[in-house]
Design a protein around this ligand. Structure first.
Ligand code: SF4
Length: 70
């Protein structure tokens, strides 16, 4: 699983980082700090909550597909 972040939609609410500052790292200005980030199995529950917490829908979860495992 990975998180895709659309910086153009991010408004810097930091609600994602409030769920998990380790997963949703922000820039010094308070905007999402990555375009794409892999999620470990241990992080999945918090990653889902953080993505849902974003009011701008700037975050998308992409599930691993079979193609990724080849
Ligand atoms: S909650 Fe959404 S809009 Fe707010 S900092 Fe995180 S990605 Fe950006």
């Amino acid at each position: 699983m990975k998180i895709i972040a659309n910086a153009g939609l991010c408004s810097g609410h930091a609600r994602c980082a409030a769920v998990s500052p380790d997963i949703f790292t922000l820039t010094d200005d308070g905007y999402i700090g990555f375009a794409e980030r892999d999620v470990t199995p241990a992080e999945e529950a918090l990653a889902r909550r953080g993505v849902r917490a974003c009011p701008e829908r700037a975050l998308t979860l992409v599930e691993d597909s079979a193609a990724d495992m080849v």
